[in-house]
Design a protein around this ligand. Structure first.
Ligand code: 6R9
Length: 644
């Protein structure tokens, strides 16, 4: 049914949009005919202290692999996000703040943002930070999180933001992997009325890995212990720091940040993005996809701990001189009407959220939405996972009163910015489809052998040509970068996703086809959860798969084999869940733990995940061929004892 459902471009949107159908056709054509010219235009959106003359210099071939964009140019990301707006919009709000507590809000103008970023940059310099140093941020969702990112960018330090929901162990691992010398954090965070012990978690992480300095922001005012010589309270040094700080000139290809994300194997990898290409792509896509116009109030509900927060709360909007709303809380607290109350309070025009939030709100009933005005809304966005047509239609009909286009934006930490998405003034919408590639983006659906399919097709999704926002390496492991993304289908970037393209050329992302889960829009590697489980003394072996979950999209289903002297029990089940939360963080909590006396393995010892997935999905009649298993009887046991 949904393949046929089409929602036309509203006239008033098409007339006012940056790009209408004609301009889109022209741009796509020019990007194909003269890629260098098209990409030069994208790069020229930024202010360069030394203009680039080179545009694209890329080869995906193993032999002379390179990804370089605007490579002889120099710029500073914080200048592009702040200083260049000062002549025109010093007094415009750059960051609107809405606290977890609905009675708390605030705003920071571009002039104030400039002063604060310079102050923190100077503080970081005083703490010994220099160009190229890595600085880990473990922050609540407050304006100072954005300030800290931009302060790093100002002095050429590379930030690595770690989501505040990650455990001390996960934080410590990330600090260690990139060799951070400084951690920026807050005493505590607030979320949904609860306190998050950020500083205590940092202290715990630093029992295992050392840094030179911890810069702590006082936020809740909690009484937290400070380590003499290591910990500095920002508020104690802030006043003395100058509100001017000369920006460090950065080469376009100098790193801007590292962001850890889960892959199908091993530890999370440090995705590295560079200054010029990343920023240009974040800015270009923010303007185009959200049809951002000066004066718009723009709200993305992500956390800065994820790439969506980097590109579409901080860098993209600020590079475009927008007003970006930073929300500390959660959509369901104090009640399920919170988002729409915030929309009305701040007259939000553009709203960008995740399907998991929409499904959770949808379940609470329409009244929470319809009791609000929402007339300020013009455009709605979705990101993070495939959006099911029911949630899409609810978003469009109830939240958007049927008048706001929904842009379902497909992209990844690795892509830096959106690659496949409708454009509000251009694209006829199909609920559940991310629709078409942005100008310059070249997706391909391939066969398992890597041959490019034409027309309507389904299969692994690759991108055949580079775009400026593409990640440049896995921090500290360039081979892993090439192995992970350019080896399955040589000469192409492999996304890890599967997709279907319909007869109209619309893309429908079908989800991950590797061992990566997408739980509430958060990426988790099955291998990470498995290694957390087997690090528990009672566990001998574990296999984790995803299964369909009404709210989270995917839930975590863990098959656990206990050591011979252990007995399954409810207490042990709870202990394992607690253990995973402590090792990784609450987002990785197994939803189901199934005791498995044995796991289905091939004779060479490889776990047959396909079978485990089918059991978790309750498709036990479609298990397929189990004859190649070393011991087919383990499957019968798992089917018989399937919980639920
Ligand atoms: C931005 C972000 C990336 C993975 C990606 C895909 C899934 C993201 C999607 C989507 C269908 C969309 N994904 N957006 N699937 N439709 N609009 O989420 O980055 O955390 O790295 O996750 O999320 O599976 O491969 P990241």
């Amino acid at each position: 049914m949904t393949d046929q459902t089409r929602i036309p471009v509203p006239d008033h949107i098409a007339q006012a949009a940056h790009m209408d159908a004609e301009a889109y056709a022209r741009t796509v054509e020019s990007a194909a005919r003269d890629p260098q010219g098209f990409w030069r235009g994208v790069g020229e959106r930024l202010d360069w202290s030394r203009p680039f003359t080179e545009v694209k210099d890329v080869s995906f071939d193993r032999q002379d692999f390179r990804i370089r964009w605007f490579a002889d140019g120099e710029l500073n990301a914080s200048v592009n996000c702040i200083d260049r707006h000062l002549p025109d919009r010093a007094d415009q709000t750059a960051i609107l703040f809405e606290g977890d507590d609905p009675s708390v809000d605030g705003r920071m103008t571009y002039a104030e943002l400039h002063a604060e970023v310079c102050r923190m940059a100077n503080v970081l310099k005083d703490l010994g930070a220099k160009k190229g140093d890595r600085i880990t941020l473990y922050m609540p969702m407050i304006p100072l999180a954005a300030v800290a990112m931009l302060a790093c960018a100002r002095i050429g330090a590379v930030h690595s933001v770690v989501f505040g929901g990650f455990s001390p162990d996960s934080l410590g691992g990330r600090i260690e992997d990139c060799g951070s010398t400084i951690v920026i954090t807050a005493d505590e965070g607030k979320r949904g009325g609860k306190r998050i012990p950020l500083k205590a978690n940092v202290d715990k992480a630093l029992e295992k890995v050392a840094v030179d300095k911890v810069l702590m922001i006082r936020w809740t005012g909690a009484d937290v212990p400070l380590t003499e010589g290591r910990d500095v309270v920002y508020e104690d040094v802030r006043e003395a720091a100058s509100t001017e700080c000369a920006p460090e000139p950065m080469n376009a290809e100098d790193p801007l940040f590292i962001l850890y994300t889960s892959g199908s194997t091993g530890k999370p990898k440090g995705v590295l993005h560079t200054t010029g290409g990343y920023l240009a792509w974040a800015a270009y896509t923010h303007e185009l996809v959200f049809d951002y116009k000066p004066g718009d109030i723009y709200w993305c509900t992500a956390d800065v701990g994820w790439v969506t927060g980097h590109s579409y709360i901080v860098y993209g909007p600020l590079a475009n001189g927008a007003t970006t709303l930073v929300f500390e809380g959660v959509p369901t607290w104090p009640d399920a009407g919170r988002c729409w109350q915030v929309v009305d309070k701040h007259k939000v025009n553009i709203f960008y959220t995740a399907p998991t939030a929409l499904r959770a709100l949808m379940r609470e009933g329409d009244d929470w939405v319809t009791n609000s005005d929402r007339s300020s809304l013009r455009l709605l966005g979705s990101v993070g996972e495939p959006i099911n047509p029911e949630a899409w239609l609810w978003y469009h009909r109830v939240v958007g009163d049927g008048r706001c286009p929904v842009v379902d934006t497909w992209w990844q930490t690795e892509t830096g910015g959106i690659l496949i998405s409708p454009l509000p003034g251009v694209t006829e919408l199909k609920p559940g489809s991310a629709t078409k590639p942005l100008p310059g983006v070249m997706p391909a659906i391939v066969t398992n052998e890597g041959d490019i399919l034409q027309g309507a097709a389904e299969g692994p999704l690759c991108i055949t040509e580079s775009w400026p926002g593409q990640m440049r390496t896995v921090y500290g492991d360039h081979n892993r970068f090439i192995e992970t993304y350019f080896t399955t289908f040589p000469g192409k970037y492999f996304t890890g996703d599967g997709a279907r393209r319909d007869a109209d050329g619309y893309y429908w992302i079908t989800g991950r086809i590797d061992d990566v889960l997408n739980v509430s829009g958060h990426r988790l590697g099955t291998a990470e959860i498995e290694s957390a489980l087997v690090s528990h003394p009672a566990v001998s072996e574990a296999a984790v798969v995803g299964y369909p979950h009404d709210i989270k999209g995917q839930g975590v289903w863990a098959y656990v084999t206990l050591k011979a002297d252990q007995e399954p029990s409810e207490d042990l089940r709870k202990a394992l869940v607690t253990h995973v939360r402590a090792e990784i963080g609450p987002i990785a909590s197994p939803d189901v733990i199934q005791w498995a006396p044995g796991l289905p393995k091939t004779r060479s010892g490889k776990i047959m995940r396909r079978i485990l997935r089918k059991i978790a999905e309750n498709e036990t009649s479609a298990l397929g061929d189990t004859s190649t298993l070393a011991d087919p009887s383990v499957v019968d046991d798992l089917v018989r004892n399937r919980p639920g």
